[in-house]
Design a binder for this molecule. Structure first.
Ligand code: SAH
Length: 251
């Protein structure tokens, strides 16, 4: 089979955060597949067929990409941030595993991107300097009991926790529940970062205490980071503090 699929990470939004490899893969594509706002980020050009979809079922989109590639097309599937972080790459492999065995001989590659957690961390200092983890709060694809069991485990292990998909119109209460759990494990003055639309014109970053964060609002463009017990602030006169987590842990 001569077609190909490349799953491409577009980074958090700022075009300067698109890697040269991702950019080259976009230039080589004949078909562009993805969720509407991500496809919109890729400039139109002659010879590029755009398939922007509102379909939330990522595996359907992945199957479409594989079918086009099986017909000989060079297909780019785009995700915001990194495509392997709560995004299209896993859906692509799920469709590949379950689909036509002939698809396995297609050229399938993944081009990484800067994920929201890393872009947000860089804005405020080095909150991910120690051990950390990422959890999606969305219970579309897993039961909420699994989310809370995992949150409890990683909070007890004193990891910094990055929360993706903290909230949406259909899921208004999950972030509050997660922060309530966090306050069972962490002091009220633990730093919490609410990083909204990082790398986009409407970027807004708040550095709050856990107690303040429980009262704050967030939306689906927000990445939430809950500090570990060692995560600290460096206050600065008239400027936002730096936030960092020391790499060393006392023996
Ligand atoms: N693949 C993406 C994540 C997709 S899940 C990545 O690697 O970044 C969608 C969630 O990612 C959003 O609900 C939000 O929590 C986070 N997110 C994505 N882009 C963001 C950005 N520019 N700023 C802050 N959070 C972002």
């Amino acid at each position: 089979m001569s077609g190909s699929v490349t799953v491409i990470g577009l980074g958090p939004g700022d075009p300067r955060y698109l890697t040269p490899a991702a950019s080259a893969a976009l230039d080589a594509a004949q078909d562009l597949i993805g969720y509407i706002p991500y496809v919109a980020r890729v400039p139109e050009r002659p010879g590029l067929v755009r398939h922007a979809s509102d379909n939330r079922v990522e595996v359907d989109r992945a199957r479409h990409a594989l079918e086009l590639a099986a017909a000989g097309r060079r297909v780019a599937v785009v995700s915001g941030g990194d495509p392997g972080v709560f995004a299209m790459a896993a859906a692509l492999f799920e469709a590949l595993e379950a689909g036509d065995p002939a698809w396995r001989s297609l050229s399938v590659t993944v081009e990484p991107g800067i994920t929201a957690m890393l872009a947000a961390a860089a804005r405020v200092g080095a909150p991910l300097g120690g051990d950390f983890c990422a959890i999606s709060l969305s219970d579309n694809l897993k039961p909420w009991e699994v989310v809370t069991a995992r949150l409890n485990a990683v909070l007890a292990a004193d990891l910094v926790v990055a929360l993706y998909n903290p909230i949406s119109r259909a899921r208004p209460w999950q972030l509050g529940a997660a922060l309530a759990l966090a306050s069972e494990h962490r002091a009220p003055d633990t730093p919490v970062i609410l990083a909204r639309a990082v790398g986009r014109p409407d970027e807004a970053i708040r550095i709050l205490s856990l107690a303040e964060a429980r009262e704050a609002s967030a939306d689906m463009a927000t990445l939430v980071m809950i500090g570990a017990s060692a995560t600290r602030l460096i206050p600065r006169e008239g400027r936002a503090p730096f936030v960092y987590t020391p790499r060393s842990v006392a023996r």
